[in-house]
Structures are given as structure tokens and as C-alpha cells.
Design a protein around this ligand. Structure first.
Ligand SMILES: *Cc1c(COP(=O)(O)O)cnc(C)c1O
Length: 390
């Protein structure tokens, strides 16, 4: 073997030894509550397709129509070769959905985060992150060169300390940006957005909230947790993905017209990247339309029922703001992998989430429930989990 491959194999071996080895499991079915892997059908509790829209007829039809009308590919960056109609329809739909002045879409949520943070901040600015924010926000913060401070997860006192520090160290005309998620991706808990909004106002900071796991699921109009907590209009930068509850793919930023115009000029992940396929934009638009309809409301309620069924059986408690993300904390990486394998033997598919997705020694089985699951599916999951108990 050549020295290059030999060295990489050694690195992979080290990952294996730590229980951090991963593999791609080929799925021969759509994403749905049942997925087919190597001829076996699994009950799927792994996806972020919270409302079951990824395989919804309305989204599929929108994607097919967009291919017929706008083609398969987008040609270039939207600033170079013209910007296909489905992207404009999507951004108008998004801005109306979120009740913001404007919206801009990116190829992924990851690209939205890195592009936006780097467009807004430079090396003399300060960025303050919740300890548990998603990797794309951490990467955006590092890439921006801004001074980075991290506050303990959901800890308002620590956040205020970091804001006081920033106030002392920030230069004239430089900015402080706070970034948090609303529903945390790997823990399913909730950021105290009202209090964070009060703090950012008190210190004159900006706030960016990543609603990746809340868009479509919270609030009267299902805009997200910011709507549910009544602070939607007080957050400068509302970010999210089109690939989770909205059933399609892509990332978005919603906010004021000047924010969106600036991003169009300065977000490198937007400027220097070919536009996504028009089918993705059309599917996302259809996803938002479903979410906004009466069907979206009943899907949200159905998901709430599944979460309540699961929580009452497992924890015998209801959280104040329920989430479809339910982590079963294991700790040890190898043990989490073994438990996931045991569940697969019972045809239940749940991922063992490990470093670097979560901290070392904080491995977990991350269960996600969706509106497409039935009460029987949840009962089957509970029965399988019971067999794992010592
Ligand atoms: C999934 C996720 C993203 C990235 O979105 P993609 O569209 O998958 O790139 C960003 N933030 C959080 C919290 C996420 O869970």
C-alpha cells in the first residue's frame, strides 16, 4: 500500500479503537418511518423529517414540475447567470411565512451559517456562542476571525458575563453578535429566547437564532420557537434549514431587506457557489405551503401526540416545551454503538450520536419522532428499548 493510504488507514484505525468509526448505510427507499437497508425494513427514528414531508406527494409533485419547467440544473451562481424563478418564489414564500422583510436561500443551512456570520463580522468584532450550537456556527465564527467567546449552555448569567466582557473590549463601531439555536439539535431542549433578547437589547448586541429544529413545529403559524415565545420581530437574523421539517433541502436567512441585500453582496457561500437545483427550491416552497395549511397544523398536533406518548412511557414527565428530539444518554461511545446495533437486530434504526457531533463521553441514542409515525410505531420503539434494560 502507498504511504498516503497507509497513514490514512492508521488514522481510521484509531477512530475505530475509540468507537468513533462511521459508515454510510445505503437506503433503498425514500426517507419515511420505514426505510429499507440491504433488503431489511427498519422502523426509522433517525431522521429530522419531523412532519413527514420528505416523501409527501405535494413536495414530490412540486419538484417534478420544477424540473419540467426550469430544468435539472441552475447553471451558475444566481448572481452570474440569472436567478431562476423557483428561488424567488421560495424567498417570497419564506419572508411571508416568517413575517420578515426579506429572505435569502443558500445551498444548505451549513452554507447559510458560515456565509452569514462571515459577511457580518470581521476580526475586530466579537461573537458569543452557546456552548452547544451546531458545528456550522462554530465554523462560521472561526472563519470570520471575530473574537470568539462561548457561554455555558442556556446559562443567562454566563451570557451576561460574556456581554460585559465584550462591552469592555469592543472597539468603537465594532459589533457583538450572539448566536444560539432555538431547539437544540442533539439535546432537544429550548433556549430562553425571551431573556436572550432582553440581554442583547441591554448590551446593544445583535442576535442570530438558528431555528433548524423548530421551523414548522412551534408557534401558532408554525414559524418557529421565536414566534411561540413572541420575539420573532426582535431577532436580527433568523436562520434555518429547508431540509428538516420543511422536507426539502437548502438553508435560509430571514430578516430585514438591508440584511438580505448585504448577504447577497458579501456572503461568500452564496456568491461563489452554483445555485441549488430548482427542484429543491420548489419542494421547499411546497413544504412551507403544507406547513402553513390546516394539514400542517394537524401534522404538528400529530407529532405532539407521538412525543407525549413516548415521554409519558419513558420519563413519566412532560417537558414544558416538548421536542421531537429525545436523546437517551449513554456516555461511552462503544456502548452507544453496541446499543444501536442491538436495536437494529430488532429492526429499529436509531443513530448512535458520538464525537465530534457531541462532546467526547457524551454519546447518546438520538431518537427523533415524526408526524408520520403511528402510535403503534412508538409502542414498538418502547418495547424494543425495554429489552435493552439490564
Ligand atoms: C442541520 C443543522 C444545520 C445545517 O443545516 P443543513 O441544511 O443540514 O446544512 C444547521 N444548524 C442546525 C442546528 C442543524 O441541526
Amino acid at each position: 500500500m502507498n504511504p498516503f493510504d497507509e497513514e490514512l488507514n492508521q488514522r481510521l484505525e484509531a477512530l475505530r479503537a475509540q468507537g468513533l468509526h462511521r459508515e454510510l448505510r445505503r437506503v433503498d427507499s425514500p426517507q419515511s418511518p420505514r426505510i429499507k437497508i440491504a433488503g431489511t425494513t427498519f422502523l426509522n427514528f433517525s431522521s429530522n423529517d419531523y412532519l413527514g414531508l420528505a416523501n409527501h406527494p405535494a413536495l414530490k409533485e412540486a419538484a417534478i414540475k420544477a424540473v419540467e419547467k426550469s430544468g435539472a440544473g441552475a447553471g451558475a451562481s444566481r448572481l452570474i447567470c440569472g436567478s431562476l424563478a423557483p428561488f424567488h418564489e421560495l424567498e417570497e414564500t419564506l419572508a411571508a411565512f416568517k413575517k420578515t422583510g426579506a429572505a435569502l436561500t443558500f445551498s444548505t443551512g451549513y452554507a447559510a451559517a458560515t456565509g452569514t456570520i462571515c459577511a457580518l463580522l470581521g476580526k475586530d468584532d466579537i461573537i458569543i456562542l452557546d456552548k452547544l450550537v451546531h458545528a456550522c456556527i462554530v465554523d462560521g465564527a472561526r472563519l470570520s476571525g471575530a473574537k470568539l467567546r462561548v457561554f455555558a449552555h442556556n446559562d443567562l448569567n454566563d451570557l451576561e458575563e460574556k456581554l460585559m466582557w465584550a462591552k469592555k473590549h469592543i472597539q468603537h463601531r465594532k459589533r457583538v453578535l450572539i448566536v444560539t439555536e432555538s431547539i437544540f439539535s442533539m439535546d432537544g431542549d429550548t433556549a430562553p429566547l425571551r431573556e436572550i433578547v432582553m440581554l442583547k437589547d441591554k448590551y446593544g448586541a445583535w442576535l442570530m437564532v438558528d431555528e433548524a429544529h423548530a421551523t414548522g413545529l412551534y408557534g401558532e403559524k408554525r414559524r418557529g420557537l421565536a414566534e411561540e415565545l413572541g420575539v420573532g420581530s426582535r431577532i436580527e437574523i433568523q436562520m434555518g434549514t429547508l431540509g428538516k421539517a420543511l422536507g426539502a433541502s437548502g438553508g435560509y436567512i430571514c430578516g430585514s431587506r438591508p440584511l438580505i441585500d448585504l448577504l447577497m453582496h458579501r456572503a461568500r457561500s452564496f456568491i461563489f457557489s452554483t445555485a441549488p437545483v430548482p427542484a429543491a427550491a420548489a419542494a421547499a416552497t411546497a413544504g412551507i405551503q403544507v406547513v402553513q395549511s390546516a394539514a400542517g397544523k394537524s401534522l404538528k398536533e400529530k407529532l405532539r401526540s407521538r412525543v407525549a406518548e413516548f415521554q409519558s412511557a419513558i420519563r413519566n414527565l412532560q417537558s414544558a416545551i416538548p421536542s421531537a428530539i429525545i436523546p437517551l444518554m449513554i456516555g461511552d461511545e462503544t456502548k452507544a454503538v453496541d446499543l444501536a446495533a442491538k436495536l437494529r437486530e430488532q429492526n429499529i434504526f436509531i443513530p448512535a450520536i458520538r464525537y465530534p457531533t457531541v462532546a467526547r463521553g457524551a454519546a447518546r441514542l438520538r431518537i427523533t419522532l415524526t408526524a408520520a409515525h403511528s402510535a403503534e410505531d412508538v409502542a414498538e420503539l418502547l418495547a424494543a428499548l425495554n429489552t435493552l434494560k439490564p
